[in-house]
Design a protein around this ligand. Structure first.
Ligand code: 5GP
Length: 141
C-alpha cells in the first residue's frame, strides 16, 4: 500500500489538540478517546501517536504499543460497562470499510442480547460520551 499519510486527517487533528475528543487514556505512544458514532455504549478508539494509515504501513513498535493499550482498554471496558464480551475491530483502506486514515482499533463492548449499531451511524450525545469516558477512565485506575 503506497497511499500517503494525510497530516490533516481527523485523528491527527485530535492528536494536535485542534479538534476536541472525549479522552480516556494517554501514554507516550498512544491515545484513547470515545467514538462519536458508537456502535455500542462505551465504544472507544485506540490510536498510535506516530503517523500511519493502518496496519499495512504502521511500524511494528507502534503496533505493539497500540495493541497493549487496546488490551488495557478492553479489560477496563468489560468492567466499566458490565459487558459480556468485547469486539476489537480494525479496518485497512477504504475497500475494507476504513473511513479515517490514521491507524485505530475499535474497542466495542458487547452483550448477547444487544445488536451492534451500524458502522458510522448516528452521532451520540456529547454528555453521554463524557459520562462513558469518565466511567472507562475510572475502571482503568
Ligand atoms: P473507520 O475508519 O474504522 O471506518 O472508522 C472511523 C471511526 O471514527 C468511526 O467509527 C467514526 O464514528 C469515528 N469518527 C469519525 N469522526 C470522528 C471524530 O471527529 N471524533 C471521534 N471521536 N470519532 C470519529
Amino acid at each position: 500500500m503506497d497511499a500517503a499519510y494525510d497530516n490533516d486527517n481527523i485523528f491527527a487533528r485530535i492528536l494536535r489538540g485542534e479538534l476536541p475528543a472525549h479522552k480516556v487514556y494517554e501514554d507516550d505512544a498512544t491515545l484513547v478517546f470515545m467514538d462519536v458514532m458508537p456502535r455500542a455504549d462505551g465504544h472507544a478508539l485506540v490510536i498510535p501517536k506516530n503517523p500511519s494509515r493502518n496496519v499495512l504501513d504502521i511500524e511494528p513498535r507502534d503496533l505493539n504499543a497500540v495493541l497493549a493499550t487496546t488490551q488495557k482498554i478492553a479489560r477496563a471496558a468489560l468492567k466499566a460497562f458490565d459487558a459480556e464480551g468485547i469486539l476489537i475491530q480494525q479496518y485497512n483502506e477504504a475497500a475494507s470499510g476504513q473511513t479515517v486514515f490514521h491507524t485505530h482499533f475499535h474497542v466495542i463492548p458487547r452483550w448477547a442480547d444487544t445488536a451492534l449499531r451500524p458502522h458510522g451511524g448516528e452521532m451520540a450525545d456529547p454528555e453521554v460520551l463524557k459520562a462513558q469516558a469518565d466511567k472507562l477512565r475510572a475502571a482503568l485506575a
